[in-house]
Design a protein around this ligand. Structure first.
Ligand code: HEC
Ligand code: HEC
Length: 218
């Protein structure tokens, strides 16, 4: 349900930006300010995320997800899962000694800041993290994924158009932790994903993680 509400909001905001872009076509100098404002705000908000998610959303920490290139809807939905208590957030200590987590982060965003930051990340390039992997296992994972997961996580978890987190080339440590979180119930999943996920053996899960770690390049 929350997804539909978000989609409606997103369409409204895209229409607004579309309007701004059209106006710019006619009057480039005079109309340039509003969009520059949104881009600047996006960058400013993202500077609050960078301590954990890295510059431009490319994480330098293996247990922290990269979020560059996630679609706007994907990031909005993910932020909502924290607000709605569907996902337990881990507290992380910042260099200045303070602690925060994703629930606090999501709650602290105004609507305008959230739109700006999701647009910012949607425009950053996803760069798979190069990590060692077992090619035979990744191939096995690809077969299982094609059968059970690709319907939603398009193209082996590579395609941002699925409006889901990109998993191909994500950090292994982070992925393993999220599979554990799904298994233990610390992270909820939709009934439709559950239907498929619950048919996976422990070995199947390892194979799919290997596929993701390989970024499809096996
Ligand atoms: C203090 C560290 C920290 C900060 C600051 C932070 N995050 Fe996170 N974020 C995390 C951690 C850790 C996770 C994953 C594990 C968890 O849920 O605790 C995460 C997960 C996410 C996810 C889900 C990724 C996925 O693949 O499921 C999104 C989206 C996200 N963060 C966006 C943001 C945005 C946008 C900001 C800035 C406005 C931000 N985060 C700031 C630590 C942080
Ligand atoms: C019906 C659609 C659907 C199917 C089928 C599906 N998923 Fe998902 N998956 C989702 C949604 C929606 C999310 C985002 C959930 C959230 O926001 O926390 C997700 C999230 C994930 C994540 C978290 C990634 C991250 O960075 O946060 C992983 C891992 C994942 N799915 C693995 C799988 C695997 C493995 C399969 C196949 C067995 C699968 N999914 C099948 C819809 C699906």
């Amino acid at each position: 349900m929350w997804c539909l509400k978000r989609k409606a909001e997103l369409l409204a905001i895209i229409a607004l930006f579309g309007g701004v872009a059209l106006a710019q076509g006619d009057e480039p100098a005079a109309e340039a300010a509003p969009q520059a404002g949104i881009a600047e705000t996006g960058e400013q908000v993202a500077s609050r995320c960078a301590e954990c998610h890295g510059e431009g959303g490319r994480s330098q920490t293996r247990d922290m997800p990269s979020i560059a290139g996630f679609s706007m809807l994907a990031t909005m939905d993910l932020l909502d899962t924290y607000r709605m208590g569907l996902r337990t957030a881990r507290a992380v200590e910042l260099p200045d000694g303070t602690k925060t987590d994703m629930v606090e982060v999501a709650d602290s965003l105004s609507d305008a800041d959230e739109w700006a930051v999701v647009i910012y990340y949607a425009n950053q390039p996803w760069q798979p993290h190069e990590q060692p992997f077992d090619a035979a296992l990744a191939r096995r994972g690809a077969e299982i994924h094609a059968e059970k997961c690709d319907r939603c996580h398009y193209d082996g978890g590579r395609d941002p158009e699925s409006d889901l987190p990109i998993s191909a080339g994500q950090w292994r440590d982070y992925l393993e932790a999220e599979f554990d979180n799904f298994d233990s119930g610390r992270r909820a999943m939709s009934d439709k994903m559950r239907e498929k996920y619950d048919t996976l053996s422990a070995a199947d899960k390892r194979a799919i993680i290997e596929l993701y770690v390989s970024a499809g390049d096996y």
